[in-house]
Design a protein around this ligand. Structure first.
Ligand SMILES: [Zn+2]
Ligand SMILES: [Zn+2]
Length: 302
């Protein structure tokens, strides 16, 4: 299972018993990440049996309380429980000052290193990569500076066709060369890489839109992802509120999914006013069929 997304909280603004505020946990090829950390996130993590000391990276999309007010509590608990492994935090620049003041006034010295990585508003950019995954941030359009995140698998080594190993009696060195995607050159023979390797599997990708109004460039930022999480705080009936608060309707979220050609659309960040999400889902499905309204604790696997 290379990719698993767990919805930790899928509500907006105010936590309620049936729905926590925004947070998600991602295990992507054993990279453990938290996206947003609304109030109550650490309890929700326990509820859904996520071992929070495994989290290596935390991404905070913006400084509205429903996306980060659980962070001080979570970091404090990690420290109280004796964590020594570093946490990499990707966040709006102002959060560094905010957290430092809070820990300083409380006399808290975290037991681990907290590394701050400031998000940049100038377009889509890679903010983390290793040999397994790549993470990019992109600015969205909300009432305050806000970012979405794009998580992508990195190209792995090529798989060699076993039949070709036997047919051409490939040596260990030649196999290593072909795994890197290079051709194998012999004195009297030239083996093209595509003739001795198996076709690449498609790379998995996931995007998180955060809080945003509808805008054209969003579809470019999330083009072709397997899974897109998009907010649907309102429906078209509350369009005036969506415009005023710079949020999206279910129809607009579905419009983005359609324009971007994503595999599947996950809808969340619901207003606590909704008694049921049926209306949200029906509205979205008129534009993009492969979509679901998420609940806390839902898991999505790629
Ligand atoms: Zn929000
Ligand atoms: Zn917001």
């Amino acid at each position: 299972m290379p990719f698993k997304l767990t919805i930790i909280g899928s509500g907006s603004a105010v936590p309620i018993v049936s729905r926590g505020v925004t947070s998600q946990y991602i295990n992507f090829n054993e990279r453990h990440m938290l996206v947003d950390c609304g109030e109550g996130t650490q309890l929700q993590l326990r509820r859904f049996k996520v071992k929070f000391q495994r989290i290596q990276m935390i991404f905070i999309s913006h400084l509205h309380g429903d996306h980060y007010l659980g962070l001080v509590g979570l970091l404090s608990s990690m420290s109280l429980l004796g964590r020594t492994k570093k946490v990499n935090l990707f966040c709006p620049p102002e959060l560094e000052e905010l957290l430092k003041v809070q820990f300083e006034l409380a006399g808290i010295n975290l037991s681990f290193d907290l590394e701050f990585n400031h998000l940049n508003p100038n377009g889509k950019m890679v903010i983390f990569q290793d040999n397994v995954i790549q993470v990019s941030s992109f600015p969205v359009k909300h009432r305050i500076p806000t970012w979405g995140f794009h998580f992508q698998e990195k190209r792995k080594e090529k798989n060699i066709d076993p039949a070709k190993i036997a047919e051409h009696k490939l040596t260990i060195e030649e196999i290593q060369t072909a795994k890197k995607g290079e051709d194998v050159v012999r004195e009297a023979e030239y083996l093209r890489n595509e003739d001795i390797t198996l076709p690449d599997k498609p790379l998995l990708s996931y995007a998180y839109s955060s809080d945003t109004k509808y805008f054209k460039e969003m579809a470019k930022y999330v083009k072709g992802v397997d899974l897109l999480y998009h907010e649907a705080t309102f429906t078209e009936k509350q369009k005036d509120r969506a415009v005023k608060t710079k949020h999206s309707t279910a129809k607009e979220a579905a419009q983005v999914a359609k324009e971007a050609g994503v595999g599947k659309l996950l809808l969340g960040h619901f207003s606590a006013r909704f008694k049921s999400t049926d209306e949200v889902l029906n509205e979205a499905k008129t534009v993009f069929d492969n979509c679901v309204c998420v609940e806390d604790g839902d898991e999505f696997i790629l």
